[in-house]
Design a protein around this ligand. Structure first.
Ligand code: SF4
Length: 401
């Protein structure tokens, strides 16, 4: 089940294609002082290790602009300079060799300077993002629409785009971010109807996780599922590594990027659970993190329903009778002591990726299927077929209504 993506033109951002048929790319922004070259490069390295394709850095002072020479040269992913107010910093950033620029139409007032930046960017083959933000709209557009409406955000982007078109510059990406999710979603929908430039998605100032993650995902995922969006950034009040991780996880979950990391699924737990599923899932998540195992792994609370419910997972483990039951694509392969569940899961995940599912099923321990069945039946006898007392609850509800 693929997502049919909007057809956008493609721009080249320092070797990363954005738009067209390029995969949706992941961006994040450093939180270091850009002038601190070592700290900034270290943070960029952490972001790259987490899977970002592009990094943006703030340029609020001259020494930040000067530091871009070293940062742009040493970063292993393209660097975008984020420019507000000071057109001269945009020119300095281009001179420093950055691979991209982001400018905010709401706060570079001199239109001749915007054209000047566009001419220089064109000469250097550097794309620019028009980054409209609901919180800093041009005052006249804000007044015209009586606030930051979707139409106002789109008009601001189109106005800026017109300056670029005057100097025949078209390597442009656009964002129309807002912290209000419905507003942001509608603005991007409208923008996608009036331009074919690639779109950079984001919910601005989403806040700290978990609420920030929920808001950003609500906005970005809604649009991606509609085929809108060519590059994304989670704006979280958190370590930017969390932004990068969230971006990658979202794209992998939507099937828009090839899976590189474990997709851990786990049952929500219920009265049948034979272990603390939350604890085991957390331990498994931590143990599997950073191993680059592109498989789906399931942690299930009971062997009665777990293997069946998670039969589409590449690998899973289900608890019962003090044992952990490992299964590959729903087929039982090993039974281990409950205390060894996580260690056995990690070991099997490594072997599964190295050897393949069929080989691991063929190498199943003798007697694993039978032992799992005995434990399953024992649990059924012990718990009965209604451990959550659904029958009693339904009776109670009937009496109350
Ligand atoms: Fe988890 Fe078993 Fe309950 Fe399903 S029935 S939610 S697998 S404990």
């Amino acid at each position: 089940m693929g997502i049919e993506r909007r057809k956008s033109r493609q721009v080249d951002l320092g070797g990363v294609a954005i738009g067209g048929d390029a995969p949706v790319s992941i961006q994040s922004m450093t939180t270091t002082k850009t002038a601190d070259i070592n700290a900034t490069l270290q943070q960029i390295a952490s972001l790259v290790a987490t899977g970002v394709d592009v990094v943006r850095v703030a340029v609020p002072h001259w020494d930040d602009a000067e530091a871009l020479v070293a940062i742009a040269a040493k970063s292993t992913v393209p660097v975008v300079a984020d420019i507000h107010f000071q057109w001269k910093y945009a020119m300095a950033a281009l001179e420093a060799g950055v691979q991209g620029l982001r400018i905010n139409p709401g706060n570079i007032k001199y239109h001749d300077k915007v054209r000047l930046i566009a001419r220089e960017a064109k000469a250097r083959g550097v794309p620019i993002r028009i980054g409209v933000n609901a919180g800093s709209l041009d005052p006249d557009i804000y007044t015209k629409y009586g606030g930051a409406t979707p139409e106002a955000l789109v008009e601001s982007a189109q106005r800026e785009l017109a300056y670029f078109e005057e100097v025949d510059f078209s390597d442009v990406k656009i964002s129309v971010k807002a912290s209000n999710v419905p507003l942001m979603v509608e603005a991007y929908r409208q923008l996608s109807e009036v331009t074919d430039h690639p779109l950079h998605l984001g919910v601005t100032e989403a806040g700290p996780p978990p609420a920030g993650l929920v808001k950003a995902t609500a906005g970005i995922a809604t649009l991606l599922l509609e085929g809108i969006g060519d590059t994304i950034r989670y704006s979280l009040t958190a370590d930017p590594v969390e932004e990068a991780r969230a971006g990658r996880q979202l794209l992998e979950a939507l099937g828009l990027r090839e899976r590189k990391t474990v997709d851990l699924i786990a049952c929500p737990s219920c009265g049948r659970a034979e272990v603390d599923v939350i604890r085991v899932a957390k331990e498994a998540e931590e143990a599997l993190a950073g191993r680059n195992l592109p498989i789906q792994v399931a942690v299930m609370g009971c062997v009665v329903n777990g293997p069946g419910e998670a039969r589409s997972a590449d690998l899973g483990i289900a608890a019962g009778n003090g044992r952990g039951h490992l299964f590959v694509r729903g087929q039982m392969i090993r039974v281990v002591p409950e205390a060894d569940m996580v260690a056995a899961l990690v070991e099997e995940a490594e072997r599964l990726v190295a050897e393949g599912a069929e080989a691991r099923i063929a190498a199943a321990d003798v007697g694993a299927v039978e032992e799992a069945e005995r434990n399953r039946v024992a649990l059924l006898v012990d718990q009965g077929d209604d451990p959550n007392a659904v029958g009693q609850r339904v009776e109670l509800i009937r009496k109350l209504t």
